[in-house]
Design a protein around this ligand. Structure first.
Ligand SMILES: Cc1cc2nc3c(=O)[nH]c(=O)nc-3n(C[C@H](O)[C@H](O)[C@H](O)COP(=O)(O)OP(=O)(O)OC[C@H]3O[C@@H](n4cnc5c(N)ncnc54)[C@H](O)[C@@H]3O)c2cc1C
Length: 411
């Protein structure tokens, strides 16, 4: 099937609306909440209410949960019917909206109601009944624990079945929007002896008895976004709050929960692309003000170092953008995209850091000072190469897929 990455008319309107919101709501308050870490960005609540109104009227872009209908995550993804043609849908819309929002500000995008990574996880694996209950919540994503980060098979938080309920116990750290989001998607093991196959995800209301937001982190960047430690102590949730099948299928292993990454990694890649585009635009202005001419028709070796570097950064950015659209397009067309999701995340995560840091360098004192947002973007973008799987972990996954090796064969 030919890949169709042309944005349909419907998405173009959505991009324009999100871009306007990013320019008028996020950009003007970006520095304020970078300085006022842990102060809830109240302007976002007003904006969110506006979005809700537009959504009710069918005019607002969808959030990270997209407009996907519920599917059984344990059913194999249907093979694409080539006759059906390409279809750019919910994932693509989430990606392009994330790009625009993060052009505005990554930290504020992460703090924006209903844009949680948990929402993308719910959208990826919830059944129709669960989408009915959780489709409109704001959900953070809690995988990381004090004992591990990258090795997500090392989950020690437990979920023990007790009649019609699950009882959760454990501690999660570095939960983005953990204090602001009203729900948490929690990874826990239902049977420690069964290894990674027993790791499942559960939707937990944040104000539920047994849930405590213990503390907030101080960070290098994305300071507008809260990063929380959350404790679960005999936290009882309904049996139906498990996402995916409760069965422990040793053959299938980790695939159930890992499927959520196929949706969330392109989304994080999109965040890096948006942030990097903001930096490129600002850098172009700074360079032009300094008298640098960027000439796309002239060979780079006949241009100044700054102009040649700018063109190199832009082409890197374009590659990251195309890979991310492809990963999203595959998800929308039900084509298994784990490798492409990791490729997009690896390329965009690194490009985000490279572009923003290089922008600091090329813009000189303007870049390093607080006179523009360039230095802030260099701090903000680093996390996009870390969470939802670091650069090294993405490369490991790509290598495994490329060489057809499993996680015990290539560590
Ligand atoms: C601001 C912020 C927000 C976050 N938000 C969330 C969130 O919402 N939910 C959540 O669950 N977690 C979140 N995290 C946690 C994040 O996902 C982890 O930090 C990340 O997975 C890396 O884990 P780690 O920090 O323990 O590093 P480690 O796993 O200890 O890794 C340290 C270094 O070793 C490398 N490394 C590890 N294993 C390998 C390997 N096998 N091969 C090669 N290199 C390897 C890593 O790439 C890294 O460079 C957040 C973190 C931060 C800083």
């Amino acid at each position: 099937m030919a890949i169709n990455l042309e944005l349909p008319k419907k998405l173009k309107a959505s991009v324009e609306m999100t871009h306007q919101a990013a320019a008028e709501i996020l950009r003007p308050i970006a520095r304020k909440y970078d300085i006022a870490e842990h102060e809830p960005p109240k302007e976002l609540d007003t904006a969110s209410a506006l979005y809700d109104g537009l959504a009710a009227a069918g005019q607002a872009p969808s959030g990270s949960s997209g407009d996907r209908k519920g599917e059984d995550p344990d059913k194999p993804k249907p093979v694409v019917d080539p006759a059906a043609g390409a279809r750019n849908g919910g994932t693509m819309e989430s990606i392009i909206n994330a790009i625009e929002m993060c052009w505005g500000d990554v930290g504020l995008m992460l703090a924006f109601p209903y844009q949680g990574l948990g929402n993308a996880a719910i959208a990826a694996v919830a059944t129709d009944e669960q989408l009915e209950r959780f489709g409109k919540v704001w959900a953070s994503m809690a995988i990381t624990e004090p004992g591990f980060g990258s090795d997500s098979a090392a989950v020690t938080t437990t979920a023990v079945r007790d009649g019609d309920e699950w009882v959760l116990n454990g501690t999660k750290i570095f939960v983005t929007s953990g204090a602001r989001a009203d729900h948490i998607v929690v990874w826990a093991t239902v049977d420690k002896s069964a290894g990674r196959a027993a790791i499942k995800s559960f939707v937990v209301p944040r104000d539920h008895p047994g849930v405590t937001v213990a503390r907030l982190e101080h960070k290098l960047g994305i300071k507008a976004s809260d990063t929380a430690e959350i404790r679960f102590e005999d936290c009882r949730i309904p049996f139906d709050n498990i996402l995916g099948s409760p069965e422990v299928n040793v053959e299938k292993g980790f695939a159930g929960v890992m499927q959520t990454f196929d949706n969330t990694r392109p989304l994080v890649a999109a965040m890096a692309i948006g942030c990097a585009r903001g930096a490129l635009e600002e850098l172009r202005d700074v360079l032009e003000d300094a008298g640098v001419t960027i000439d796309y028709d002239a060979p780079v070796n006949s241009q100044s170092y700054a102009a040649a570097e700018f063109i190199r950064l832009e082409s890197d950015w374009e590659a990251a953008y195309q890979l991310t659209l492809k990963a999203g397009w595959m998800a929308d067309n039900k084509i298994p995209n784990s490798k492409q999701a990791s490729m997009a995340k690896a390329k965009a995560g690194r490009t985000g850091s490279d572009v923003t840091l290089k922008a600091v360098e090329l813009a000189g004192t303007v870049g390093y000072s607080e006179r523009t947002l360039i230095e802030k973007w260099a701090r903000d973008s680093k996390i996009l190469d870390i969470f939802e799987g670091t650069q090294q972990i993405q490369q490991l996954i790509i290598a495994r897929r490329q060489l057809d090796l499993n996680s015990s064969q290539l560590k």
